[in-house]
Design a protein around this ligand. Structure first.
Ligand SMILES: NC(=O)c1ccc[n+]([C@@H]2O[C@H](COP(=O)([O-])OP(=O)(O)OC[C@H]3O[C@@H](n4cnc5c(N)ncnc54)[C@H](O)[C@@H]3O)[C@@H](O)[C@H]2O)c1
Length: 318
């Protein structure tokens, strides 16, 4: 019988899925200290993983481990060179979270455009309609959207933008014009040109040496005065100091960030006091529905792996 360690609590639906597969034994491990993982993990054949770190020091004690199933799509908490050397497979929940992130982008675009926080504040402070007509708000209708990165989330986002009658341009050097056209978008080859004409920019790319600081002050300066930037991908792709400066200098209308260079965000980060930016705590996937989907996909991936029926898109090439 294969043994699966569920490292950190996941949504009950994922545990129920394991219960329905009694030929697999599982144990929930909530003490994720290195010491406890070294003690517990050696007996398991597979494990699920949320945010705790699986480094070489822990993994070298796990001779049976064949598979790590990440609850999410990022995997910077796993020692990739080590698992490659030991032939341990790494899986992600490739299909579970794209919709939740795409909806989070739309929520941020609408909230910032409609200055929702200001309206809410006016009503609560007894200024019903006193200043409301002076608060500047914008519509998505017929505006130009620029999606950078046309993977799972970018593809889910475009459908929602088209639903608002937006015109969508896509910058992704690794996706063909034909694929983008089939989704109703228009491929652009030059990021700077895309930035110049877009009203909304949303980033859906990994953080790499090439994408770090991709959006800096010079790039933001190319954008329209009423442009809005959303980042739900990874902190560091937008230079936070440059963004804060650009917002304070009224270079663009606003920004929405779900991800930060340092998480949790530093209290001294100037964006904390900048009212032109809407912040959320890396929570784009925290909907009830997405937590359930991710937990089921995480546990199902392990079982599919052992039964040789895993969808290839779930496997990370290490
Ligand atoms: N906020 C959250 O909770 C949350 C949740 C899920 C994913 N994410 C992050 O969102 C990002 C996108 O996720 P995904 O599942 O869509 O990834 P994906 O791998 O499906 O797509 C990424 C796309 O980026 C493109 N790309 C890579 N480098 C590029 C570059 N320099 N310029 C333009 N395009 C480039 C790739 O061709 C690919 O199409 C990732 O960074 C992921 O970690 C965040």
């Amino acid at each position: 019988m294969k043994k699966i360690a569920v490292i950190e609590k996941i949504h009950q639906d994922g545990l129920d899925f394991l219960e329905k597969n009694p030929e697999y034994e599982y144990e929930l491990i909530t003490d994720v200290s290195e010491e406890n993982l070294i003690k517990k993990l050696p007996e398991f054949d597979g494990c699920t993983l949320r945010v705790s770190k699986l480094n070489e020091n822990i993994l070298k004690h796990c001779p049976n481990l064949k598979v790590i199933s990440r609850h999410g799509v990022g995997f910077d908490n796993v020692d990739l060179p080590y698992i490659k050397k030991k032939n341990i497979s790494l899986l992600i929940t490739a299909t579970a979270n794209a919709v939740a992130v795409a909806e989070h982008v739309i929520y941020m675009m609408l909230s910032i455009s409609k200055s929702i926080n200001k309206y809410d504040n006016e009503v609560r402070s007894g200024n019903f309609k006193k200043n409301a007509s002076n608060i500047e708000t914008l519509e998505l209708f017929s505006k130009e959207m620029l999606i950078v990165g046309f993977g799972r989330i970018g593809k889910s986002l475009i459908k929602r933008c088209l639903g608002f009658d937006m015109k969508v341009n896509v910058f992704d050097p690794f996706v063909s014009a034909e694929v983008i056209k089939n989704f109703g978008g228009n491929k652009i080859e030059n990021l700077e040109k895309g930035l110049e004409k877009c009203d909304y920019l949303s980033l859906h790319i990994p953080l790499t040496d090439k994408t770090k600081n991709m959006i800096n002050y010079e790039k933001i300066k190319l954008m329209k005065k009423n442009a809005i930037i959303i980042n739900t991908s990874r902190g560091g792709i937008i230079n936070e100091i440059d963004l804060d400066k650009a917002l304070k200098n009224n270079i663009i209308f606003g920004a929405g960030l779900d991800v930060f260079e340092k998480e949790p965000i530093d209290k001294k980060n100037p964006l904390i006091d900048n009212k032109k930016v809407l912040l959320s705590p890396h929570s784009a996937t925290f909907t009830n529905e997405c937590k359930s989907r991710m937990a089921i996909e995480t546990t199902k991936n392990i079982i599919d792996f052992f039964e040789n029926k895993l969808d290839k898109s779930m496997i990370v090439k290490t």
